[in-house]
Design a protein around this ligand. Structure first.
Ligand SMILES: Cc1cc2nc3c(=O)[nH]c(=O)nc-3n(C[C@H](O)[C@H](O)[C@H](O)COP(=O)(O)O)c2cc1C
Length: 325
């Protein structure tokens, strides 16, 4: 399939694996890229820029296809060494960066000078237009369904994608709720030129996470996610578990007075314990409603091949068939 997204990143299929904390390691990024999509290493999961350089080198040993790095700009008391991470990306010869969180304007000159294509992930039309205005090459439009941070506007992709299509000149991919060939064709119909998946890629053979995490996604239905940290205006969609129920109880009890410290036990330092140790009940980890559409744990190659075959059948048979009737 050829779209402006496949052209932009030099990939075979318009499928991107979004950055995921403690999931987007070299193994997954390489597997997605080898299967013809764009795999992405999550920059901040690497403790230092030196570690990121090593992870980029490790990924390059596993694939000769293009892959990217995610840089998430979140408000934090002690910000990570962003200049160091940007340098590691540039020196590592990476040609695609997925930015997320705050506006990446400050980093655009360095990234563009190095010939890097920038896709900014955001959850609203106004932020997408801002990304276009500051010179991003593409946008990943993340609907309310998504795993992770859906923002505070709560606009689902059935509205958000066509709205983005009405306004944007640069290409965009649909993100949030994407799982299969149906998702891809629907995304294309709504104006996107590809799709970005998070949760779906966790339940793959190559995802370097504990088996419990994959099984939890397969077992979950579309009713099993919750929104946490809304009172802090840092909303995150997570899979429900005992820790998340505890967190939500605190949010209810403390109301507008809640502070991050009140819920730190359920959100801080949770990722390595979930993703590496498989301690599934301890707290909040991102997961999309799309879990309801995930029923197996294929390889990335099997998943992407299946998506492309299904998309082909839907377009050529189901949709064409309606016209012929
Ligand atoms: C476990 C997990 C961790 C994530 N971590 C990040 C992250 O560190 N930075 C980021 O930009 N997005 C992160 N995301 C969001 C994904 O990149 C992607 O936008 C989102 O999962 C899309 O929604 P979906 O899960 O419905 O496919 C994460 C998502 C998940 C499920």
């Amino acid at each position: 399939m050829k779209t402006r997204i496949t052209d932009l990143f030099g990939i075979e299929h318009p499928i991107i694996q979004g950055g995921m904390h403690y999931v987007g390691l070299a193994e997954l990024a390489a597997a997605v890229s080898n299967a013809g999509g764009l795999g992405i290493i999550t920059g901040l999961t690497q403790r230092t820029p030196e570690d990121l350089s090593k992870e980029i080198a490790r990924c390059r040993e596993m694939t000769d296809k293009p892959f990217g790095v995610n840089l998430t700009f979140l408000p934090s008391v002690t910000p990570p060494d962003y200049p160091g991470y940007v340098k590691a990306i540039i020196d590592g010869g990476v040609k695609a960066v997925e930015t997320a969180g705050n506006n990446p304007a400050k980093w655009m000159p360095a990234l563009k000078d190095a010939g890097i294509k920038v896709i900014h992930k955001c959850t609203s039309v106004r932020h997408s237009l801002k990304a276009e205005a500051i010179g991003c090459d593409a946008v990943s439009v993340d609907g309310f369904e998504c795993g992770g941070h859906p923002g505070e506007d709560d606009v689902p992709n059935f509205i958000l994608l066509p709205r983005a299509g009405e306004e944007l000149k640069i290409p965009f991919v649909a993100s949030g709720g994407m799982a299969d060939g149906r998702s891809l064709v629907a995304a294309l119909a709504m104006g996107a030129e590809g799709m970005n998946m998070g949760t779906r890629f966790i339940a793959t053979k190559e995802a370097p996470v504990h088996e419990n995490v994959k099984q939890a996604i397969v077992a979950a239905s579309e009713l099993d996610t919750r929104l946490v940290m809304r009172p802090l205006r840092n909303t995150e969609r997570v899979l429900v578990n005992a820790g998340v129920e505890r967190l939500l109880e605190k949010e209810k009890a403390l109301g507008a007075n809640i502070k991050f410290e009140d819920i730190a036990n359920e959100v801080a330092g949770v990722y390595p314990r979930i993703m590496q140790n498989g301690e599934m009940e301890i707290g909040a980890w991102s997961c999309g409603m799309v879990a309801g559409l995930i029923h197996d744990i294929p390889t990335c190659q099997e998943l992407i091949d299946r998506i492309m075959a299904e998309a082909n059948t839907i377009i050529r048979q189901r949709l064409e068939g309606f016209l012929a009737a």
